[in-house]
Every structure is written in C-alpha cells, then in structure tokens.
Design a protein around this ligand. Structure first.
Ligand code: COA
Length: 152
C-alpha cells in the first residue's frame, strides 16, 4: 500500500479552490468538466468535493464522490501531473472509502476508461474489481468505460 505522502492533507474544497481544481481537470482529461460543475458540488448534501493540499498550500489533487442510500460513487479524481506517483491519489481514494463506510454505504462504484492503466492500477490496489462495461461511455476520444466496484 502506498504510504501517505508527507505533509499532504485532505480537506473539503471551497470557492477559492475552484480555479486550481479546474486547471488540473483541464490538463488531465480530454473531456473536462466545466468549472460550474465543480461549483455546484460545494455544500451539496449528497456529494463531496475534497482537495489534497501540500505543506506549502499548493492544491495537488481533488476527488468527487456521491453518497446515496447504501452506495457511493466516485465521480472524479485527478492529481496534478507533477505530483503523481507520490501517494496523493491513494490518499484521496482512501478518504472516500472511509467516508463511504461512515455513511453506511455497502458498495462503492466508479467508471474508468478501459485504456486508463494508471487509474485502473490504483483502483485494483484498493480492492476494486471489474463489474461490467458501458459501451462508448466516454467522448474525446470515444471509449468504453469499465464499471468497477468495491464492497465495504
Ligand atoms: C489516476 C491518478 C489519480 C493516480 O494518482 P497518483 O497520485 O499518481 O496515484 P498514487 O501515487 O497514489 O498511486 C497509487 C497506486 O496506483 C497505481 N498507479 C498509479 N499511477 C500509476 C502508474 N502511472 N503506473 C502504474 N501504476 C500506477 C500504483 O499501484 C500506485 O501504487 P505504488 O505507487 O505504490 O505502486 C493520476 O494518475 C491522475 O490524475 N490521472 C489523470 C486523471 C485520471 O485518469 N483520473 C482517473 C479517472 S477514472
């Protein structure tokens, strides 16, 4: 298991984080969410937008999860390119898994591009397994999504 990166903390996102979140989103995905999509999650009763912040205050990554009934869904997770492979993604994912368990979720789901080896490895390392496929789920470029799930 990846060790928690030194000095990195996770907290709820606020309005002041949105520009840095969106910059990472834009650099990470071919079909990025609009900034307004992130803003709509601030103070949302069923969603959490959390950020990982370095010791110097730099925003290194973020994650979005939904908590509904007895399921949680990881809707988005990304780490700034220069901060990858240091355990930040795993830290964000572990936070979601703990929050989902505390919420009473029995299962956590997510979708991932079939070709996204880094993310698939991260999820597999945290006990997710492939539960199905959504054909042509993604755009820019068109690609199937794997549905992954982990029991809690
Ligand atoms: C996927 C992503 C969030 C991982 O973040 P990260 O901070 O680099 O991940 P971590 O350093 O916590 O890695 C945890 C584990 O994931 C796996 N992993 C992550 N990146 C990997 C890579 N490039 N190659 C192989 N395994 C990788 C490894 O098992 C790793 O553990 P290890 O370092 O002890 O071997 C990051 O690569 C990213 O932002 N990608 C672009 C956005 C994206 O694709 N998001 C997922 C959408 S479904």
């Amino acid at each position: 298991m990846t060790a928690a990166p030194e000095g990195v903390t996770v907290r709820a996102a606020g309005e002041a984080d949105l520009a840095a979140i969106h910059a990472i989103e834009f650099a990470s995905f071919g079909d990025p969410w609009a900034l307004e999509g992130f803003r709509a999650l601030l103070d949302h009763p069923r969603a959490k937008l959390e950020v990982a912040v370095g010791a110097d205050g730099e925003l290194l990554g973020y994650a979005v999860a939904w908590y509904v009934a007895d399921e949680s869904e990881i809707a988005n997770i990304a780490v700034a390119a220069h901060a990858r492979r240091r355990g930040v993604g795993a830290l964000l994912l572990d936070r979601i898994l703990r929050a989902a368990a505390a919420f009473g979720a029995k299962m956590v789901f997510l979708e991932v591009r079939e070709s996204n080896e880094e993310a698939r490895k991260l999820y597999e390392a945290r006990g997710f397994e492939i539960a199905g496929k959504r054909t042509k789920y993604y755009r820019k470029p068109d690609e199937d999504a794997l549905i992954m799930r982990r029991k809690l």
